[in-house]
Design a protein around this ligand. Structure first.
Ligand code: HEM
Length: 102
């Protein structure tokens, strides 16, 4: 089992906008092979705004999704040539092998 979290920093005035965008991701992530869980977390501290939490059956399932059109489609807005300024000002990716779980 494998866990990947992407920490996002988003300007305060964009929080509701970003939450609404990720709301639509719930059902999409249900259909991704090997994705066991998808959580969109809002932080109580100011050092980070949101955490995109994903849990996978295997690291290879995560890597397959990373190389998929579904991933590219969801991240189109992050490209610099996009007209619209992306609401995310910084991100920090963390990945983990799961040692124990219940
Ligand atoms: C350059 C790095 C990344 C940034 C800045 C970023 C930011 C974002 C943003 C803003 C969205 C919402 C897109 C929309 O407006 O609909 C999104 C979608 C998403 N991101 Fe990322 N992301 C990055 C890479 C990753 C990685 C490596 C993961 C792995 C956990 C990840 C997990 C997700 C998931 C699960 C979604 C929802 C996918 C869907 O709706 O189908 N992101 N990301």
């Amino acid at each position: 089992m494998y866990v990947v979290m992407n920490e996002l920093n988003v300007n305060e005035d964009q929080h509701e906008h970003v939450k609404a965008r990720f709301e639509k991701s719930k059902d999409r992530m249900n259909d991704v092979p090997g994705c066991l869980e998808f959580l969109f977390l809002e932080s109580e501290k100011e050092d980070v705004s949101f955490i995109v939490f994903t849990k996978w059956e295997a690291k290879s399932d995560y890597e397959n999704w990373l190389n998929s059109d579904a991933f590219k489609h969801a991240h189109r807005g992050q490209q610099s040539q996009s007209q619209e300024k992306p609401p995310t000002t910084a991100n920090n990716l963390r990945s983990f092998d799961v040692v124990f779980h219940t």
